[in-house]
Ligand binder design. Structure first.
Ligand code: IVH
Length: 695
């Protein structure tokens, strides 16, 4: 793989993984299977190892996914710092990797004796409980691993979590585990939700995590949640107390916790070697179906606490544990028909409608086929029986066709040549896997799709869903996002089912959206390939839309994390007169098109200065650029006579230094840069460490 290609792929994977991580942990609605997520994470790890220059402390390979809703203050939970970080687990679907884990551990321990504790991997949402003098005083979600949401009042309603410990409990105890929703509670909850016309939860994990974040503790109590505890951070109990209790291993410590009345991880087994571990895996691969709650694998932990201490942690997971995950369950069902959906970018996606079939606790009725090539590869036909897979995720995947059951009269489906919505001939660009409808301005599905993206929660967060957009479009009131801001009360009240209250709530949310910061506005515009992360990087880099519109292709491609394809897409978008008019209209409505409008201006210390940043710094380059913008400066990608100075960290680009020397542009070191900023603002910046020593 070429350098540029690797850079683009790394960014694409990071965007996809962060996006799905948010969907998984915050929205409880992942769009990627666990298996694909893990596969992509491993691909990213391999690429980062091959191209160390693209490594970043912000990569999902280095940080755990966060369940904190950054965009909403309506989460309503106070956030608390964890005393000890709450980490994730390295995982694999491969027995060979477990053997490798055992060999690696052997090598690192040089003859030190140890055993393994095998446990179930419970599929819920993690929690950290604190007991003081035996009383439950705090329950915090994993959050981003460093801080989480305080859900103590909700946790008090969970039946098997004791409010008071018994026996010889320690003065202070922190214990961690999983909040689960047993299948029986899950089925009951979904039945109720369907009766009340609410969307059912896709799986017990989503239901558990959604329920734990409810605002009403009484309702949490009614949801039938359940807890299992599997980890006491060794540092939270001092060595002398452990000695006093005669405990040196993880499993014995959990037994002790059970004697204090705590519900600890069931079905633990101590294993001496890899054969025992494999036996445990084989047993639970099928036996787990009989359990009353969901599990998605097993966890293998080194049992001895002193050995765990020797092995320590990476920034993301303990070196003394690994998870073996079970492959997704499969079902066989019939293809009833195939639909072709047109997305906001014009991409046409085939979707199979299936004869409803139960799979991992849900009923599957539809599955995406991604694109024409994949349809061809699967050789799928209406009437075929197909294998559907789900790894605890929502959108199931068709993995194969049972050709022995193909009806004799079935015909190969023809991928449409015309847009199913506006009948414009479809086109396929070089290198694209998908067919596109090119009728950007006239295709109703695309227009509505763009509007829906614009109003969505992570974009402008306007109170409108599919039905509202449909109504507004059908009435001819709205075609582009700027039209939304021209809507009147009178127009809204003319829509079927709208009352003064709903209309004024909607108008209020439109007014509030004016305060959405520039990076999210940029994301809301729906520029192809510009996801949330890219939008943030671009907004931080240029500072405002004028600088972005004036940027050359080269300037754009020079931004870290933006490759040629994304740069081309932004450049073409900005060069299109229709978009310029739309941006002008949105701007006139007061939307934020500058980082400075975000209300985050710190000073005017760099007012009028055009800065190029190169090299590595004690904080991330993105943070440096944000500081420049927030102190009034402008970031650009390439050196010209207009550049005020080059901010050079360690290992700056030699080409840039040469150009500065040629043009007589000043070179400023990181130290000098800090001196340029008012003191109170240059301090307090968090200096990230590469592999923090955690304990
Ligand atoms: S031990 C320091 N044990 O799996 C890490 N985790 O995919 C301590 N999980 O974040 C975790 N069952 O939420 C551990 N028996 C078990 C588990 C378990 C489920 C979860 C946990 C973790 C996630 C990683």
């Amino acid at each position: 793989m070429e350098r540029q290609e690797a850079k683009l792929r790394i960014q694409e994977l990071r965007d996809e993984l962060w996006e799905n991580s948010r969907k998984y942990y915050v929205e409880n609605a992942p769009t990627m299977s666990d298996y694909d997520f893990d596969r992509k994470m491993h691909e990213l790890e391999a690429l980062e190892a091959e191209w160390p220059e693209f490594q970043s402390p912000d990569s999902p390979t280095r940080k755990v996914g966060s369940d904190i809703d950054e965009r909403s203050s309506s989460g309503g939970f106070v956030q608390r710092m964890h005393r000890y970080p709450m980490l994730s687990l390295a995982n694999t679907y491969n027995l060979g990797d477990i053997e490798e884990f055992a060999q690696r551990t052997d090598r690192a321990l040089e003859g030190q004796q140890y055993s393994y504790c095998c446990e179930l991997k419970f599929d819920g949402t993690s929690i950290s409980l604190t007991y003081l003098d035996g009383k439950l005083v705090q329950a915090v979600t994993r959050g981003d691993g460093e801080k989480g949401d305080d859900v103590t009042e909700n946790v008090r309603q969970i039946g098997n979590i004791p409010a008071q410990l018994k026996g010889d409990f320690p003065h202070e105890l922190e214990i961690r585990g999983e909040i689960l929703m047993p299948y029986s509670s899950f089925d009951k909850l979904n039945e109720l939700r369907e009766l009340e016309d609410e969307a059912p939860f896709a799986n017990p994990r989503n239901a558990a995590s959604g329920s734990l974040k409810l605002q009403d503790p009484q309702e949490v109590g009614r949801r039938g949640l359940w807890c299992t505890l599997y980890h006491i951070p060794a540092q939270s109990i001092d060595e002398s107390s452990l000695k006093e209790m005669g405990i040196s291993g993880h499993s014995a410590l959990l037994d002790k916790a059970a004697s204090w009345g705590l519900p600890v991880s069931e079905h633990r087994t101590l294993c001496c070697n890899i054969a025992d571990i494999e036996e445990y895996i084989r047993h639970w691969d099928t036996e787990r179906e009989k359990l009353p709650y969901a599990t998605d694998g097993i966890v293998i932990k080194i049992n001895e606490l002193d050995v765990q201490k020797t092995l320590g942690y990476t920034s993301k997971s303990p070196r003394w544990a690994v998870a073996y995950k079970f492959k997704a369950e499969q079902a066989l069902t019939k293809v009833l028909s195939i639909d072709y959906q047109v997305g906001r970018t014009g991409a046409v996606t085939p979707v199979a409608n299936l004869s409803p079939v139960p799979l991992s606790g849900t009923i599957v009725k539809r599955a995406t086929l991604n694109n024409a090539d994949q349809m061809g590869l699967l050789d799928i036909r209406v009437g075929d029986y197909v294998y559907v897979e789900k790894g605890g995720e929502i959108i199931p995947k068709i993995t194969g066709v049972e050709f022995s059951r193909r009806p004799a009269d079935s015909v190969k489906p023809e991928f449409p040549t015309l847009c199913p919505d506006c009948f414009t001939p479809l086109v396929k660009e070089d290198g694209e896997a998908k067919w596109f409808c090119p009728n950007q301005d006239g295709c109703p599905m695309q227009i509505k799709g763009r509007l829906l993206h614009f109003v969505s929660r992570k974009a402008m967060n306007i109170l409108a869903g599919e039905a509202t957009i449909e109504q507004l479009y059908e009435k001819g009131y709205v075609k582009t996002p700027a039209d939304l801001y021209d809507l009147s009360m009178y127009q809204l009240l003319s829509l079927e089912g709208w009352k003064e209250k709903s209309a004024s709530n909607f108008l209020e949310s439109l007014r509030e959206s004016i305060n959405v910061p520039f990076d999210r506005v940029l994301f809301a515009l729906g520029i192809r390939y510009v996801g949330e992360t890219t939008a943030k990087a671009v907004a931080r880099h240029f500072g405002d839309i004028d600088a972005l519109a004036a940027a050359s292709l080269e300037d754009l491609a020079a931004i870290r994390d933006v490759g040629e394809v994304i740069a081309g897409s932004i450049f073409n978008y900005m060069a299109d007169g229709r978009h310029a008019i739309e941006i002008q209209r949105l701007r006139a409505k007061g939307l934020k098109f500058s980082m400075q409008d975000n209300g985050s201006q710190l000073s005017d210390a760099l007012e009028g200065q055009t800065v190029v940043v190169s090299g590595n710094f004690s904080i991330s380059r993105d943070d440096i650029k944000e500081l420049i913008a927030r102190h009034g400066g402008k970031n650009t990608g390439s050196i010209s006579a207009k550049t005020s100075f080059l901010l050079a960290g360690t290992k700056p680009g030699p080409e840039k230094i040469k150009k500065c020397e040629e043009l007589g542009v000043r070179i400023v070191s990181e130290r000098e840069f800090w001196d340029m900023l008012p003191e109170e603002h240059s301090l307090g910046m968090q200096i990230p460490q590469d592999e923090p020593t955690l304990f």
